[in-house]
Design a protein around this ligand. Structure first.
Ligand code: NAD
Length: 493
């Protein structure tokens, strides 16, 4: 059985105590590899390597660090097919979807290559007579990234590019479910000129995570994953004095007003609800149908479901793949057995759902009650719920009362209503006739409420802010002939 190793101090290494975890092929349900599971000693070795590399990497000129990002971008671009193949093999998503994820990740490398312009400080000449004041931004030191299974390339790229270009060194703990991409990224970073120790990968589970959270040499932690773990990471790491941004789960509502184009709204609901088998933090999981649009919209979505081709990534015509694990598929399917809504399309009856592999067909549930599991839980699978309301105000109340606040979207032809929604929605990312409003890399990504613990969003300008701290220097170069003793409190003169 192939063993997927760690990447510490510039080379692949295995675990000190030999513990490993299974990695499955979700399309067949068979174990295809094992991944090393880091011990505390492995994590310590990675952090020590990162700490040792920090002074040299921080001292490397900013333009040189940006040049490394340019080279990294070229290498990732040249390896798109291989990276997408690895994503599909372990995650199960289609190759087209994997290529899309990678494209969004590459945007972050491009942003990082241009980051020197954004790392400029401020300068005030003659703040007082003969005194200049200026601010500089400095890296934090060793930073850690802990990432989820659903975007094994994009989410690490959200973090590591910005962190590295700012002069930090990095320890990545990828998801144990699809760990191989992280090693290919490590190799490409190495080829691009990131020195040994500046980027490390520790594979494994919560043992590795807890060791990172407890390590005094880790200055900051970026996390993306489910809300209970995000909350735990935030509470534990901030208590240990670390800077933390912890992005959690989601329940994204797509509000469809009566004046919307029903066909376009149905296309969007299908794409955002079932793309990547619903395993996206920006997936639409609730369609809020306002007034008269509900009947034609549910009919249009149901009609389109029949045309979705579900299958393995090796099938070039497949549009939706399997779920990540057997347990997760069974958990998602379990919702369809309970009450709380009218099941219009039951994915359990789809031929692929009979096995092999962790497949479930797309499911549609109408008239969902807001106190049922369909609505209250992040299902994270291909189950689209429809909640019917009478008015725009009711729809907004629903969006805003939900404990999650990652993304939301409105579908309408009324610009005034859309603008009102953008103002009203208590949510970090809003789409107007755009179902998955993932911001481009020069903005930042993050939700509100239980979708984010911390203050700064991920990547873009807020990412740079997260990975640097500001120092303000007040400077005087006096003419010795004017120097005198003055015990008074320094005033601006
Ligand atoms: P997860 O929370 O189970 O795992 C995320 C990471 O935390 C993994 O590296 C995992 O090994 C580690 N981990 C898991 N349990 C842990 C524990 N008890 N203690 C310490 N570490 C632990 O999430 P997942 O299933 O890999 O990913 C799906 C979740 O991620 C969904 O909830 C989804 O909404 C969320 N997500 C959010 C965003 C966002 O930007 N907000 C993006 C992608 C995914």
């Amino acid at each position: 059985m192939k063993l997927i190793p760690h990447w510490i101090d510039g080379s692949a290494v295995s675990t000190t105590d030999g513990r490993s975890l299974p990695v499955y092929d979700p399309a067949t349900g068979q174990q295809q590899a094992a991944v090393a599971a880091a011990t505390e000693a492995d994590v310590r070795a990675a952090v020590r390597a990162a700490a040792a590399a920090f002074p040299g990497w921080r001292g490397t000129g900013l333009s040189r660090r940006a040049e490394v990002m340019f080279r990294f971008r070229e290498l990732v671009d040249a390896n798109r097919k291989e990276i997408a193949g690895l994503i599909s093999a372990e995650h199960g998503k289609t190759v087209a979807d994997a290529l899309g994820e990678l494209a969004r990740g590459i945007e972050n490398i491009e942003f990082a290559a241009g980051a020197p312009a954004l790392l400029k400080g401020g300068f005030t000449e003659q703040a007082s007579t003969g005194v200049d004041v200026y601010s500089i931004r400095q890296p934090l030191g060793v930073v850690a990234g802990i990432t989820p299974f659903n975007f094994p390339a994009m989410v690490p790229l959200w973090m590591l590019c910005t962190a590295l270009v700012a002069g930090n060194t990095f320890v990545l703990k990828p998801s144990e479910k699809d760990p191989s991409v992280s090693l290919l990224l490590a190799d490409l970073l190495h080829q691009a000129g990131v020195p040994a120790g500046a980027f490390n990968v520790v594979q494994g589970d919560r043992v590795a995570v807890e060791a990172l959270l407890a390590d005094p040499d880790v200055a900051a932690v970026s996390f993306v994953g489910s809300t209970p773990v995000a909350r735990h990471i935030y509470e534990t790491a901030t208590k240990a004095g670390k800077r933390v941004q912890a992005l959690g789960g989601a329940k994204n509502h797509m509000v469809v007003l009566p004046d919307a184009d029903v066909g376009a709204a149905a296309d969007a609901a299908i794409s955002a609800g079932y793309g990547s088998a619903g395993e996206r933090c920006m997936a639409v999981s609730v369609v809020v149908a306002v007034g008269s649009v509900a009947d034609p919209l549910v009919d249009a979505i149901a009609a389109r479901i029949a045309g979705i081709r579900v299958g393995p990534a090796s099938d070039p015509d497949a549009e939706m793949g399997p779920l990540i694990s057997r347990e997760h598929r069974d958990r998602v399917a379990g919702y369809l057995a309970g009450g709380g809504g009218d099941v219009v399309v039951d994915g359990r009856t789809a031929p692929v759902a009979q096995g092999p592999g962790f497949f479930l067909g797309p499911s549609l549930v109408d008239n969902v009650a807001t106190d049922s599991g369909y609505y209250t839980d992040e299902i994270f699978g291909p189950v689209l719920s429809v909640v019917r309301v009478d008015t725009y105000d009711e729809a907004v109340r629903l969006v805003n009362a939900n404990p999650y606040g990652n993304g939301t979207a409105i579908f309408t032809r009324d610009g005034g209503a859309a603008r009102r929604f953008q103002y009203d929605a208590v949510c970090g990312m809003v789409g107007i006739n755009v179902p998955i409003p993932v911001p481009v890399a020069y903005y930042s990504f993050g939700g509100w409420k239980s979708s984010l613990f911390g203050d700064l969003h991920m990547y873009g300008p807020e990412g740079l802010e997260f990975y640097t701290r500001t120092k303000v220097v007040t400077s005087r170069w006096p003419d010795p002939s004017t120097s005198r003793v003055d015990l008074g409190f320094p005033e601006v003169r």
